[in-house]
Design a binder for this molecule. Structure first.
Ligand code: SF4
Ligand code: SF4
Ligand code: FES
Length: 248
């Protein structure tokens, strides 16, 4: 855990004890098992907050803390429920009786290739990720995906050589690897998705005058002043600017 994260966790614990001293109502607590160790944590905590609240430091398996980077894959079970659930620790709330473990990384072997030498078709998928064709269409990957993506459908698109569909359906993948972890055919879906996005971007994307013109503006240095200004900001000012940005 970084110094910043430790400060946040400390100030959260202090807020709870200050509320206690002043007789204010505290957050209701629930009991969870964090990698086999029971802990009392606020009921409205995310899994990541709960781990820190229990006094543990997150050294690996955390990045953006906003559901974008895919670093915080977690598996958990709930009382009376036979299923293994999956989620991102930074966006999934705890539940009473939850038993959880974080997955710091999912081992995989990624293909090495030169994009300029590839063709956007099924032969490329066969050559670089042959395991894709072991898919038995069980749908487990789709169930596991915390992004709610149709993972099985994008793997099926890859098997048909439909690169546009592969790109479209895998677009919001955060590469957490939870689908790969659950796949009985041991396919590494997110890497197939990344290949599809690269192939689409390099060979199949529609021409866009707007994009070309913006790229030219960047090459011409039109934004150099704004970059320099951003680079001069301190962490707090940058953070303020980030959260005030327009979201599309
Ligand atoms: S497709 Fe797989 S790697 Fe991508 S977000 Fe979903 S579960 Fe994670
Ligand atoms: S979990 Fe694996 S085998 Fe099952 S549908 Fe997904 S990619 Fe195919
Ligand atoms: S820390 Fe980035 S997705 Fe959870």
């Amino acid at each position: 855990m970084s110094g910043e994260q430790q400060k946040e966790a400390d100030s959260e614990s202090k807020a709870v004890s200050d509320a206690d001293k002043q007789g204010q109502p505290q957050a209701r607590m629930v009991t969870v098992s964090i990698m086999g160790k029971p802990a009392q944590v606020p009921e409205d905590a995310t899994i990541m907050r709960a781990i820190e609240h229990s006094g543990q430091q997150i050294i690996r398996g955390a990045g953006c803390r906003e559901g974008f980077c895919g670093a915080c894959g977690t598996i958990y079970r709930l009382p009376g429920d036979y299923r293994i659930h999956t989620g991102l620790a930074c966006t999934t709330l705890v539940q009473d009786g939850m038993a959880l473990s974080q997955i710091p990384s999912v081992p995989l072997e990624k293909a090495v290739y030169d994009l300029e030498e590839l063709t956007p078709d099924v032969d490329t998928i066969k050559q670089l990720y042959p395991a894709t064709f072991r898919c038995v269409a069980c749908g487990t990957c789709t169930k596991a995906c915390p992004q709610g993506l149709q993972v099985m459908d994008y793997i099926q698109a890859a098997m048909r050589g439909d690169i546009a569909e592969l790109m479209e359906l895998s677009y919001d993948c955060v590469a957490c690897g939870l689908c790969a972890l659950r796949c009985p055919a041991e396919i590494i879906q997110h890497k197939v998705g990344i290949l599809g996005k690269r192939l689409y971007g390099r060979y199949l994307r529609k021409e866009s005058k707007e994009l070309d013109s913006r790229l030219q503006q960047m090459k011409d240095g039109e934004y150099n002043g704004e970059y320099a200004e951003l680079m001069s900001l301190d962490r707090e000012a940058l953070s303020e600017r980030y959260y005030a940005r327009d979201m599309e």
